[in-house]
Design a protein around this ligand. Structure first.
Ligand SMILES: O=S(=O)(c1ccc(F)cc1)C1(c2ccc(OCc3ccccc3)cc2)CCCC1
Length: 275
């Protein structure tokens, strides 16, 4: 037993139990609170994912998706990613210290990291055996998204999900990974970089201790490089621009306002993150 922690064996008399504060080290408390925030803001929840049988779409259902108009499929994906991003915003707000940052820095971190966390979280609903993802209730392969007209982006999204799910991360590992993606002091335009760096540092220590406790130190070297997430998000932005060129008059009103704000900001709105 490490010093300062009383053994919780049933043989331990109450007097001893009462005389010691069962203290968890701060970093263990931090990773536990991040896990709770993650669990509270992920959909589907871990229990739902374990429980349900993942059913693939039938050939007919797949061809129905493939014959959807491009704009319709884009709006569906934009709606789903926006719902996922709203849950990531809720996750961020529950991270210790995030709400104490200036609103400017909160927006900078979310604009840069929310989509990246969605892509990290996506591996929870990804089935590596069939290379398919839970989409609107059933398992969808990349071919289902053909009408989006951006096969490279779809391929990159699936490749990323495949490589992350191969690491078989626990919910705790995904929670800490997501927190570190968001609280990244390297993001451009931060006002109080040292403050973000302190929060990032606490999470980094907590993550390393979690990996040591669970004998998963090897995970760090196998994680996808941060550049892969960044490249994926830039690819998505390029495809949004391409979609807008095909559909003059800006993104149709049917796209969620948050999606438009994040990925197709109207230049008239002023520089990003300061509205
Ligand atoms: O299930 S998904 O709709 C999905 C879409 C495309 C794909 F190839 C695989 C999955 C979802 C997702 C939605 C939009 C994404 O990028 C932005 C994007 C990409 C392409 C078109 C529009 C928007 C990425 C992921 C997974 C997590 C949340 C929803």
């Amino acid at each position: 037993e490490t010093a300062g922690r009383v053994s919780l064996s049933p043989l331990c008399p109450l007097s001893v139990l009462l005389s010691h504060r069962v203290t968890r080290v701060p970093s263990e408390l931090l990773s536990q609170s991040v896990l709770l925030s993650h669990r509270a803001t992920c959909h589907p929840r871990a229990e739902e994912l374990q429980g349900q049988r993942w059913v693939p779409f039938s050939r007919e259902e797949i061809s129905a998706f493939q014959s959807q108009p491009m704009a319709e499929m884009w709006q569906r994906c934009a709606r789903r990613v926006t719902e996922a991003i709203e849950r990531v915003v809720e996750f961020a707000k529950r991270l210790r210290g995030f709400l104490q940052l200036s609103q400017h820095d909160q927006i900078v971190l979310l604009k840069a990291g929310a989509m990246e966390v969605v892509l990290v979280r996506m591996c929870r609903a990804f089935d590596a055996a069939t290379r398919s993802v839970l989409f609107e209730g059933k398992l969808a392969g990349p071919e289902l998204f053909r009408s989006l007209g951006c096969p490279e982006l779809v391929a990159s999204i699936f490749d990323f999900a495949q490589s992350l799910s191969a690491l078989r991360c626990s919910e705790s590992e995904l929670a800490m990974l997501s927190a570190l993606v968001l609280l990244n002091a390297g993001r451009p335009c931060l006002q109080d970089r040292p403050r973000v760096a302190r929060l990032q540092g606490h999470l980094d220590v907590a993550f390393r201790l979690l990996l040591r406790r669970t004998r998963r130190e090897g995970l760090l070297a196998r994680l996808p490089a941060p550049g892969r997430l960044r490249a994926l998000c830039s690819q998505h932005l390029e495809q949004v621009q391409a979609f807008r060129r095909l559909h003059p008059g800006g993104l149709p009103a049917a796209f969620p306002p948050l999606y438009r704000e994040l990925f197709a900001p109207d230049p008239a709105d002023g520089p990003a993150g300061t509205r």
